[in-house]
Design a protein around this ligand. Structure first.
Ligand code: VTB
Length: 345
């Protein structure tokens, strides 16, 4: 799966990032998202694969493109068997977020990315559109920190695992009212907090790389993106845990507007019998083969953003694979017009 897909999915995230970056700083987050969705879908449909969106833009009725359950790829066509080889005919599951951190893109802030994760059928947890309490940490702390422990306890463990003092740790937290107590606790424990307005996927994955000065992500973000973060962290051997948040009293805004009872009923319908279960990265991205791809829209901790020049753009992407055990940073120059000569900038 990886050999053919690995390179092509780079182009999928690159195209989404370039489209979205044209709307960077324009203050229109819906446009930044919409063009990314269109570009991602168009490029995805040129790949010889039989893909199904398991995490996407929403339920079929609400999202016209990249909706949950949508078939993508050339080999989903009815006559695919005639021109797709048997391996390409195996169904794969795809989780996408064409513009993660739409606000960041719309306001020209760092950390927005086009991201996706791929696995064989059934290899990615089909997370409901709820919230998720998340804990990400570097590989050295994998399986040692625990989301069920207090932030204070986890910081002690983390400091030990990373052979440093607590005040040398940086924890990323999204600036939300729901995190006020958490932020206070982290500061009281002696660690330093980097508050971000949006974009916890970039923050989670940064924990997987030494040198990013990001030692943990704590707090509550969206559940579907948690699966994409988990896919990357699983490949990197980093720590990631997630716990669904279904009680509107915990998160008063956004995704969950209904009652707690209705949310619990929805989870049950989806076959989630233990709504309080703590999911590990291995459970959220359980497939044998897991691939993650991301491309910076605005500059971030891990990747540059899209930089346009006359007639082209330069992007930086990251592809992580648990098959080849590689994390590839790919620097690409895109020439939009057919040039007379390649003017690399
Ligand atoms: C956003 C976004 C994150 O979750 O915060 C969203 O920035 C949900 O949280 O990157 P709010 O409803 O409080 O804004 C993410 O999309 C992903 O977890």
């Amino acid at each position: 799966m990886e050999s053919t897909l690995g390179l092509e999915i780079i182009e999928v995230v690159e195209q989404a990032a370039i489209a979205s970056a044209r709307w960077m700083g324009k203050g229109e987050k819906d446009m930044a998202d919409q063009v990314a969705v269109e570009a991602m879908r168009e490029r995805m449909n040129q790949i010889h694969m039989r893909g199904k969106i398991v995490i996407g833009e929403g339920e079929r009725d609400d999202a016209p493109m990249l909706y949950i359950g949508e078939d993508v790829g050339i080999c989903t066509r009815p006559d695919a068997a005639e021109y797709c080889n048997p391996e390409e005919l195996l169904e794969i599951d795809i989780a996408v977020d064409p513009c993660e951190g739409t606000n960041l893109c719309a306001y020209g802030q760092p950390g927005s990315m086009a991201v996706l994760a791929i696995s064989e059928k059934g290899g990615l947890f089909a997370a409901p559109d709820f919230y998720m309490k998340k804990l990400a940490a570097p590989p050295a702390a994998q399986g040692k920190v625990d989301i069920t422990k207090s932030a204070t306890e986890n910081l002690k463990i983390l400091a030990e695992c990373l052979s440093r003092s607590i005040d040398e740790l940086v924890v990323v937290v999204m600036k939300r009212e729901r995190h006020n107590d958490l932020i206070k606790e982290i500061r009281d424990a002696g660690a330093r907090v980097r508050l971000i307005s949006d974009g916890d996927v970039s923050a989670a994955i940064s924990c997987g790389f030494a040198g990013t000065n990001t030692h943990a992500l704590m707090g509550i973000g969206a559940a579907p993106e948690g699966v994409i973060s988990a896919a990357a962290m699983r490949c990197l051997g980093g720590h990631f845990q997630g716990q669904l948040i279904y009680d509107p009293a915990v998160v008063k805004t956004g995704l969950i507007g209904e009652s707690k009872e209705a949310n619990l009923a929805r989870l049950k319908d989806m076959g989630i019998t233990d709504p309080d279960k703590v999911y590990s990265a291995d459970e959220l991205a359980s497939g044998e083969t897991v691939l993650f791809a991301g491309c910076g829209i605005t500059p971030g901790n891990l990747m540059e953003g899209v930089r346009f020049f006359h007639g082209g753009a330069r992007t930086q992407s990251l592809v992580i694979s648990n098959q080849s055990n590689t994390a590839r940073f790919v620097d690409t120059i895109h020439l939009f017009d057919k040039p007379d000569y390649i003017a690399v900038k």
